[in-house]
Design a protein around this ligand. Structure first.
Ligand SMILES: [Zn+2]
Length: 162
């Protein structure tokens, strides 16, 4: 008997002891394995008797266990909620130096181009206004990153936990 067949026999025995409906793989194995077919009825009866012997935990024990575990679960949920937020902010801040350097070179080139056709003071005024507009757009964009990440984390949490 091969190792995979032994593994399939063991999985079928455990599934039979647990009770319930066998899946397609277990049903197929049961139909093809003489040893498992021979043991199946006995294991099924044994599993039923074992389930009858196992006591249900009292509801007070379950409630106390959940009450005891609640603070640890809440802390763990808080850590899980912060991770996507930190990752999103980190991913957003990563290209920021390149954006700032590129914008500075572009503004300098724009100033040079405008200074050839306009007075320098007016060129400086226009470039500074444009720089302010770019800074405002960047601030709004980077300010929205934590909000969007928190919203996404909340939606993911709602989908996962109902
Ligand atoms: Zn088998």
């Amino acid at each position: 008997m091969t190792h995979d067949a032994d593994r399939a026999c063991t999985a079928l025995r455990l599934a039979t002891l647990r009770g319930g409906v066998l899946d397609a793989r277990a049903t197929e194995h049961l139909a093809g394995c003489r040893r498992c077919a021979h043991e199946h009825e006995g294991l099924h009866a044994l599993g039923g008797r074992l389930r009858m012997l196992a006591p249900e935990p009292p509801t007070s024990l379950m409630r106390r266990t959940l009450d005891t575990a609640a603070p640890a679960l809440a802390i763990n949920a808080g850590h899980v909620a912060w991770r996507p937020l930190v990752r999103a902010i980190g991913a957003a801040l990563l290209p920021l130096p390149a954006i700032v350097i590129t914008s500075a070179y572009a503004l300098r080139a724009l100033y040079g181009l405008l200074a050839t056709v306009l007075p320098e003071t007016l060129s400086l005024y226009l470039v500074l206004n444009y720089a302010g507009l770019l800074a405002l757009c960047a601030a709004l964009t980077y300010g929205a990153v934590p909000l969007l990440a928190a919203r996404q984390a909340r939606l993911t949490h709602e989908v996962a936990h109902g």
